[in-house]
Design a protein around this ligand. Structure first.
Ligand code: ZN
Length: 323
């Protein structure tokens, strides 16, 4: 089968990757449509310097369950599904405490010790899967993970008294987060650097500005940094009010001067994967516009070019058909 692989140094699109066998409790899934995530781009942008065991990239997919090893056959075989990327043990102290997203033995598809969805086939535990209702087409379903990540950011905020919220970064996740937050009782603005991306905010009623045009008045109650850059976090530290909260949606590999966080008593909260089932429900209810966020339609055969396209400045979501 075809697969887009990463070995720590280089991307390789291979045509004869071995076909995986589902372990007990796992489903054998044929992806229909996949999306390139920020993680896919970040992984390929930060080579380790030494080639190691390669894994197949890709976390965002909608696919059809072809078979199941174990129970759940009747409910899943032949159904369209999306999936949570984190595979957990269910037995460690964190899993038992209800924090299974942080399982000590976790693997993550396309990222950490588990093959992802940029391939003709992938396997995932059935408990990771969410069945997609017929009313949600593939184009919408493939956005389940980024919508879930935006829901997670909203969940982690405390909305009291109509707070001032700034979202940094006009990428897919920034635009989704701003869109969702504007549906709450908050004054939301998005700061970015690509006029064509910022223009999408008009139809959602979200205020928007070019990041270099705004004053650094330290008056925002909440800043959500979706940039994944040191400059982004530095700007967040200038915009946030004393004792305000910064939500970090994307890691940066570069050092950041954190003194303002100490002196201004800022709370910095990491925000990662969210509830995939809730995301599918929200997509089914038509509560979120994702159509504007599709930047390019490609095919799995485009291989390495998928990651390049997603890494281009100002790129929104790159989706790729697998068949
Ligand atoms: Zn665990």
């Amino acid at each position: 089968m075809r697969a887009l692989r990463w070995d720590g140094v280089q991307l390789q699109f291979v045509g004869a990757q071995h076909i995986p066998t589902p372990a007990p409790g796992e489903a054998f899934i044929r992806p229909l449509l996949v999306g390139v995530s920020d993680d896919d781009v970040d992984v390929a942008a930060r080579p380790s310097g030494t080639a190691g065991d390669a894994i197949t990239l890709g976390q965002e997919f909608v696919g059809v369950v072809e078979s199941v090893n174990g129970a759940d056959k009747d409910t899943l075989v032949g159904r369209r599904v999306v999936g949570s990327p984190i595979v957990v043990c269910g037995a460690c102290d964190l899993c038992v405490a209800g924090l299974s997203a942080h399982c000590r033995a976790r693997t993550v598809i396309g990222l950490h010790e588990r093959d992802g969805c940029f391939a003709d086939v992938l396997t995932l535990p059935t408990r990771n899967l969410v069945v997609v209702p017929d009313s949600v087409d593939d184009d919408h379903a493939v956005f389940a993970l980024p919508v879930a990540a935006a829901i997670q950011a909203v969940r982690q905020m405390t909305i009291e008294g109509r707070p001032f919220v700034t979202v940094l970064g006009d990428s897919t996740i920034g635009l989704l987060t701003a869109q969702l937050m504007s549906q709450l009782n908050a004054s939301v603005r998005l700061l970015g650097e690509h006029a064509s991306n910022l223009a999408h905010c008009e139809k959602w009623g979200v205020k928007h500005r070019e990041a270099n045009e705004v004053g650094r008045r330290a008056d925002q109650d909440i800043v959500v940094d979706c940039t994944g850059t040191a400059q982004g976090l530095q700007l967040a530290l200038q915009l946030i009010r004393p004792r305000g909260t910064i939500l970090l949606k994307r890691p940066t590999a570069d050092p950041v001067e954190l003194a303002p966080a100490v002196y201004n008593e800022i709370t910095i909260v990491g925000s990662a994967v969210g509830p995939v089932g809730e995301a599918v429900t929200m997509l089914a209810q038509g509560k979120i516009d994702i159509v504007s966020l599709v930047d390019r339609r490609m095919n799995l055969d485009d291989g390495e070019r998928l990651i390049k396209a997603a890494a281009a400045p100002g790129a929104l979501k790159i989706v790729a058909a697998v068949r």
